[in-house]
Design a protein around this ligand. Structure first.
Ligand code: SAM
Length: 230
């Protein structure tokens, strides 16, 4: 039972839903900032959502009328099953792929997307793959298209071990909404999967890829939202 992938998905996803509903990763403030930016965008937009998970958030930052085409990808087939249901208001414009985000970007057509969004997924990638991510985003974006990244970021000058200690201490002392078992689960995920960069490093990677203007949309402790324009 414990090794059953569906059981593991349900357990980790239920904890993540609890994190979101208690606003422990500041989804509320961050999604408000992203939505405010996108409200002014004339649609309909071709959208690529990398590491889309269950796609709850894209439905909160874009309304179906703004979207010409939505392509979401994620490594979890179980999350994509939930996404399929959540994206019903977007109708037949939805394409969901159970694939690695960098592979999907590498095969995406040139000069095609208006918005590439990635929420709390990029920290899984190595620094080399993050550079490839930005380079491929630049290639597949239309002129004036945007990359919007929501993710955990290290403070300037904070090395990864210090980040892991501080974040996990915050989980232990401030995430009282979670049970001790759920806190352990989150801390283990952070130790194994969090490879966050500093904002300066992100800007350097984006600039090297030819994404000219970068803008911080929101910052709440280590949780940030940035936009980069082609
Ligand atoms: C914390 S969830 C975030 C989901 C959603 N974007 C959100 O903001 O709520 C991170 C997601 O990234 C996915 N993921 C991690 N690495 C990935 C990769 N290399 N390619 C595609 N998806 C990936 C995971 O399967 C997971 O669903």
């Amino acid at each position: 039972m414990k090794n059953d992938p569906v059981y593991i998905f349900r357990k980790t996803w239920a904890t993540y839903q609890k994190v979101i509903s208690n606003n422990l990763m500041f989804h509320r403030e961050i999604l408000t900032a992203v939505r405010t930016l996108l409200e002014s965008q004339k649609g309909p937009l071709n959208v690529l959502d990398l590491g889309c998970g269950d796609a709850t958030h894209i439905g909160k930052i874009l309304n179906p009328g703004q979207v010409a085409e939505y392509c979401g990808c994620d490594l979890s087939p179980y999350a994509l099953d939930v996404a399929r249901h959540n994206l019903e208001p977007f109708g037949a414009r939805v394409n969901l792929l159970c694939r690695d985000m960098v592979a999907v970007l590498g095969e995406a057509p040139e000069n095609h997307f208006d918005l590439i969004y990635s929420g709390y997924a990029l920290h899984h990638l190595s620094i080399e793959k993050k550079q490839t991510f930005f380079t491929e985003c630049r290639r597949t974006l239309r002129k004036n298209g945007q990359v919007i990244i929501v993710d955990v970021m290290r403070e300037e000058g904070e090395a990864r071990p210090a980040y892991l200690d501080s974040y996990n201490k915050a989980v232990a002392t401030q995430w009282e909404a979670l049970t001790p078992d759920e806190q352990d689960q989150v801390q283990e995920h952070i130790r194994n999967c969090d490879f966050p960069e500093t904002p300066t490093l992100f800007r350097m990677l984006a600039s090297k890829a030819g994404l000219t203007s970068s803008r911080r949309l929101e910052k709440q402790t280590w949780h940030e939202a940035w936009s980069f324009t082609a």
